[in-house]
Design a protein around this ligand. Structure first.
Ligand SMILES: N[C@@H](CCC(=O)N[C@@H](CS)C(=O)NCC(=O)O)C(=O)O
Length: 197
């Protein structure tokens, strides 16, 4: 059985949601970022980590990619053009969504107070909104990559949820509808319920 290390209000939720989508059992360790518990699995204290037998894997996207490839779900097969397009989407989301939100978090509470530059947040919010509009324009199917859900949907939806929690402006309607459809999924709700229990 897998064990996910990391608090629900962190990128660990991506991994939990993915495991729920795949119908796989997992244990959860509710460790905060930089906590002693987190450092047992990743010396940097970053979460999430995934324990798979004797292996400890880190980075939410690396873990989702690993799980998708291993179980042949929520991903296009490696070595196909469809996979290259999915990877391009994933890396774009890291650059334009995750990195923007992470920069905003750094300047809100991660950095020591004397290194924060709160003024940067307006430009990050504008940049995020621009990227959200671009993503909405590219959204053609029920999912980001078309008819099939992939871990890119999990990554993007998690970032959108994060943006709401961080007080970023409301999304455009098309993206908001797509995100609502994902949040309505049983697997999303099960991951949330698992943490609450
Ligand atoms: N790229 C990594 C980022 C991991 C990360 O920065 N996680 C945050 C919590 S969501 C953390 O542990 N921050 C503590 C730190 O950066 O020291 C991933 O996707 O897993």
């Amino acid at each position: 059985m897998y064990t996910v290390v990391g608090a629900i209000k962190s990128r660990a939720f991506r991994v939990m949601w993915m495991l729920e989508e795949m119908g796989l059992e997992y244990a959860h360790i509710d460790a905060g970022p930089r906590s002693d518990e987190a450092k047992k699995y990743n010396p940097s204290g970053k979460i999430p980590a995934l324990v798979d037998g004797d292996e400890v894997l880190t980075d939410s996207v690396a873990i989702m990619t690993y799980l998708g490839d291993k179980h042949g779900q929520l991903t296009a097969p490696a070595g196909t053009p469809a996979r290259a397009r999915q990877d391009a989407m994933t890396f774009w989301l890291i650059d334009e969504f995750d990195a923007i939100l992470w920069a905003a978090a750094k300047h809100s509470f991660v950095f020591p107070e004397d290194r924060r530059v709160p003024e940067i947040k307006d430009s990050l919010k504008a940049e995020f909104a621009r990227s959200a509009d671009l993503l909405a324009e590219r959204l053609e199917g029920p999912f980001l990559m078309g008819d099939q859900m992939t871990h890119a949907d999990i990554l993007a939806c998690h970032c959108l949820n994060w943006s709401i929690g961080a007080g970023f402006p409301r999304l455009n309607d098309k993206l908001a509808d797509w995100a609502k459809g994902l949040r309505d999924r049983d697997a999303f709700k099960a991951a949330q319920a698992k943490v609450a229990s």
